[in-house]
Design a binder for this molecule. Structure first.
Ligand SMILES: Cc1ncc(COP(=O)(O)O)c(C=O)c1O
Length: 433
């Protein structure tokens, strides 16, 4: 590939996005059908169709369409908590007084429901093989908190985590799993000799149709399960928990979390294109992997023996000795340019200057101001307070923060052309000049 200086490259006329909705036309047909048949509500054919299609695709018995992935995670977490600890009083969360072991490097929607339900999230460090929950750290957490009975796992950027190990550890400790497959619809994992879709591994499973996801409804999410009882409960809770009576009668707290039939029309129109989107995202990942060869960077890792990611976002991580110095506070970042080196801040600022959208790696939850007082467990045990002013033990172990410091998400929009992607690769190469 020809290599130009930054001064010879023009900014993109049309912004290249991180991951934006890709419409195909059929979405409008199903939305219009909802309008013309007057099913402008939270019941209708679009909802029934997508529930059936997604359940079949993921390989679960039941799917319940909800207003968001976050709503799905809330009800999944609440269901798990009720199963473990029983029904709470209406003014108390079902997790009051209980700890939940959670993926640390994820979007906060994965784990906020623990707080909605008055529980205490304990954050489990990340491993470098898939950038997901480290099973060794999870094992340590069960040693430290033997009473913990619930684990929330996410598959970051569409790459399945170490599901076999995590399921084995959870089953040994009698813990239930909430699986957050919001980013990983279409990603597969080889489990006990069989390739299975993410979103089918937890006791309670969730996906998202947020506008940036591999397929979208503009918003929306789903709860996935093999249990008819759980599916019925989520359907009931999501529609204000009405009891069988001629009037509004309530014995449980309700929510307005059901998906609209109009939104379901968008999802229905997207579903035939899921495989196409998966192929486009994979091609983007491979073009970056090939185009960035020779630079001191690695792509986000994939365990090819055991998983087929959906490649939702392509990311890179800069080798330690090629990192230019960079500091971040809670809101801003600064770096010192160095020949032959770069850092996420320099690359992201360069991409932005040329009208392309990258993003920092999701900042680990244990480092978020709101959760700084919560426990953080690494494979060595308690991850808090590990340095010593009097004895030099080297840097503290914190894989998640290390990936956050050195990594970034690349523009991964499936409408990005190969030519545009080549320019992005050139821009990144320039940062290391
Ligand atoms: C890992 C993860 N979990 C949960 C969510 C929440 O999904 P939603 O935006 O549909 O509420 C998202 C994204 O939005 C996500 O990336």
């Amino acid at each position: 590939m020809a290599f130009r200086n930054l001064s010879d490259i023009k900014p993109f006329g049309k912004k290249v996005w991180l991951s934006s909705p890709t419409m195909h036309g059929e979405e409008l047909k199903y939305m219009t059908e909802a309008y013309e048949t007057n099913w402008m509500s939270t019941v209708g054919k679009n909802i029934n169709e997508i529930e059936a299609q997604i359940a079949e695709f993921v390989g679960v018995r039941y799917a319940v369409a909800l207003s968001s992935g976050t709503a799905s995670l809330h009800l999944a977490t609440k269901l798990a908590a009720e199963k473990l600890y029983g029904q709470a009083r209406p003014n108390e969360g079902t997790l009051r007084g209980h700890r939940v072991l959670c993926s640390d490097m994820t979007f906060d929607a994965s784990i906020n429901p623990v707080a909605y339900e008055d529980g205490e999230a304990v954050f489990i460090d990340t491993e470098y093989d898939t950038w997901n929950m480290d099973p060794e750290a999870l094992e340590k957490a069960f040693e430290l908190y033997p009473d913990a009975k619930l684990v929330v796992i996410a598959h970051l950027y569409g790459t399945p985590g170490k599901i076999s190990e995590i399921k084995e550890i959870c089953s040994r400790h009698g813990a239930l799993i909430v699986e957050d497959a919001a980013e990983s619809l279409g990603a597969k994992y080889l489990y006990e000799g069989e390739w299975r879709e993410t979103g089918s591994f937890g006791d309670y499973n969730c996906i998202s149709f947020n506008g940036n996801k591999i397929i979208t409804g503009s918003s929306g999410g789903m709860f996935l399960t093999d249990s008819l009882e759980d599916a019925d409960k989520v359907r009931k809770w999501s529609t204000q928990s009405r009891e069988a009576a001629p009037w509004y009668q309530h014995e449980e707290i309700g929510y307005n979390y059901r998906m609209s039939n109009v939104i379901a029309g968008v999802v229905r129109g997207q579903l035939p294109y899921l495989e196409e989107h998966l192929a486009q995202k994979k091609a983007i990942y491979e073009r970056y992997r090939d185009g960035l060869k020779g630079l001191p960077v690695q792509m986000n890792p994939v365990d090819e023996q055991r998983s087929m990611p959906n490649y939702w976002l392509s990311c890179l991580i800069i080798d330690k000795d090629a990192m230019a110095r960079q500091v971040r506070d809670d809101h801003k970042a600064l770096y010192i340019p160095e020949t032959g080196k770069s850092c996420p801040t320099e690359i992201l600022e360069t991409l932005a200057k040329f009208n392309a959208e990258g993003r920092p790696i999701w900042k680990p939850m244990h480092a978020q101001p709101i959760y700084r007082s919560h426990a953080f467990i690494t494979k060595y045990g308690n991850g808090r307070g590990t340095s010593n002013a009097y004895i030099d033990r080297g840097a503290a172990w914190d894989a998640g923060m290390d990936i956050f410091e050195r990594g970034l998400c690349l523009p991964s929009d499936n409408k990005m052309t190969p030519e545009e992607q080549d320019v992005i690769i050139e821009l990144i190469r320039n940062c290391f000049e």
